[in-house]
Every structure is written in C-alpha cells, then in structure tokens.
Design a protein around this ligand. Structure first.
Ligand SMILES: C[S@@+](CC[C@H](N)C(=O)[O-])C[C@H]1O[C@@H](n2cnc3c(N)ncnc32)[C@H](O)[C@@H]1O
Length: 222
C-alpha cells in the first residue's frame, strides 16, 4: 500500500492512516496506550502468569509496534517469546523510519529498526528473550496446527475489511491456538463476538483502552 500517511495520536505516539481502507492502524486516542492495554496487558501479561515461554501470533505486523512492545516486555520480565507476525503489505523504509515509538517509550531506536530490517519468512533470534518470524503472506492463506498461546488479532476493523471477521478466519484462529490459548482484539462488536462463539471460543468483554468502552478476549477452552 502506498497511500499511507503518518499522524500523531493523542498519547503522542504515531499511527498510520490507510486511505485505501479509510482506517488507521491504531486508535486515534493513543497507539502506544492501545497496544499496552489490548495486547500486552490483556494477553501477554495475562498468560505470563502461568507460563514464561509463550508462542504469539500477530495478525497484521504493520508498524511493528505490538512486536516491539512485546519484545520490551519480554526483556523486562525475562519471558521467552516465539513471535510470528503475518503481513501482506509491509511498510517501506521511508514509512517505518519516521515512526516515533522508540523515542516515545524512551527505548533503543536500533532495536525497533531491527524489527523492520530482519528478512521475511526466516526465524530470527533477536536475543535470549525473543525469536521473530515475519511471514509475508495474506491472512486468508494461513493454515496453522495448534501451536500458539496468544493471538493478537489486529486486522483492520470490520467496516473496512468485513471478510477478515467471518467464520472462516476465526476457525483458522481457533485451530491455531493451544488449549487455554487466548485471542485478543480491540473489537467488541456483537456480531463479531457471536461469530467467535460459533467456532467454539469462550468470550469475555473487557474494559477497552482509553476512548473505547470494551474490547474482547476469546479463550479456547477445550
Ligand atoms: C490494524 S493494522 C495492524 C497494526 C499493527 N499490529 C501495528 O502494531 O502497527 C492491520 C494490518 O493488516 C495488514 N493487512 C490488511 N489486510 C491483510 C491481509 N488480507 N493479509 C495480510 N495482512 C493484511 C495491513 O497491511 C496492516 O498492516
């Protein structure tokens, strides 16, 4: 996609607006706040209580913010993360170079850049705490056997890409999770929750990030 423009969200961190889909990559109320709340707190910290070695699947690598913040959390709490991120339309260097996440988080800029410069489709050990596999692929073409503890379901919203919120993809997500695994998403639409439920997920509505009333955590119970 080349019709992308960077903008500043309300917590000072950048996001990207995709003209083609008419949506942004994160909440306008705060990209870093959203990642912290929806993905790090409601999934990574939640599962890290029981396990220190975790397999994470991210649907939509995008800016790399979720991956980068997961890496920072893994270092802080000595977790061992195997991170698989799927993306069909990677940002160009000119786009990701301008993102301000490392500065906003007061962290190492070089580490953020590594997430973008490592090659696609090859597992790379970033350090003792973090292994990264970026798959350059369309979500629709995925097929995983059960292997993940966590799925960050971070595709564009249902209004922009309804086909990514239907039963086929949620069945694939369910099949990709280990028993007890969780899928989290910022989305809390009733129809989406019902679709997740229909493939076997147990659904929890959790408080949403700033600016949003609710988010969803779905668990593969059996
Ligand atoms: C909401 S953004 C992801 C934000 C990202 N997690 C981050 O931390 O910046 C959705 C992402 O899904 C990607 N995407 C959209 N449709 C896709 C598809 N059919 N297959 C794979 N990736 C897709 C977009 O290019 C975009 O990067």
């Amino acid at each position: 996609m080349n019709d992308l423009r960077i903008f500043e969200t309300q917590d000072g961190s950048h996001s990207i607006f995709a003209e083609q889909f008419g949506v942004s990559y994160h909440s306008k109320y705060g990209a870093i706040q959203e990642t912290q709340h929806v993905f790090i707190d409601a999934a990574l910290r939640f599962k890290a209580v029981e396990k220190k070695e975790l397999h994470v699947l991210e649907m939509g690598f995008g800016t790399g913010l979720n991956a980068y913040m997961t890496y920072l959390e893994a270092q802080k709490h000595n977790l061992h993360i195997h991170y698989t991120a799927v993306e069909a339309y990677p940002l160009t260097q000119a786009q990701w170079k301008n993102l301000n996440y490392a500065e906003q988080l007061q962290e190492d800029r070089k580490a953020f850049d590594i997430f973008h410069t490592t090659p696609w489709n090859i597992p790379i050990k970033i350090n003792e705490n973090f292994e990264l596999l970026k798959l350059l692929q369309r979500f629709e073409d995925l097929d995983f056997s059960p292997q993940f503890d966590i799925i960050y379901y971070d595709t564009f919203a249902p209004d922009a890409q309804p086909e990514l919120w239907e039963v086929e993809l949620f069945q694939k997500m369910y099949d990709a999770l280990l028993k007890g695994g969780v899928l989290v998403t910022y989305c809390a639409k009733g129809v989406v929750k019902r679709t997740m439920k229909s493939v076997g997920f147990e659904i929890e509505g959790l408080q949403g990030p700033p600016g949003k009333r609710e988010m969803t955590r779905a668990t593969k119970v059996n």
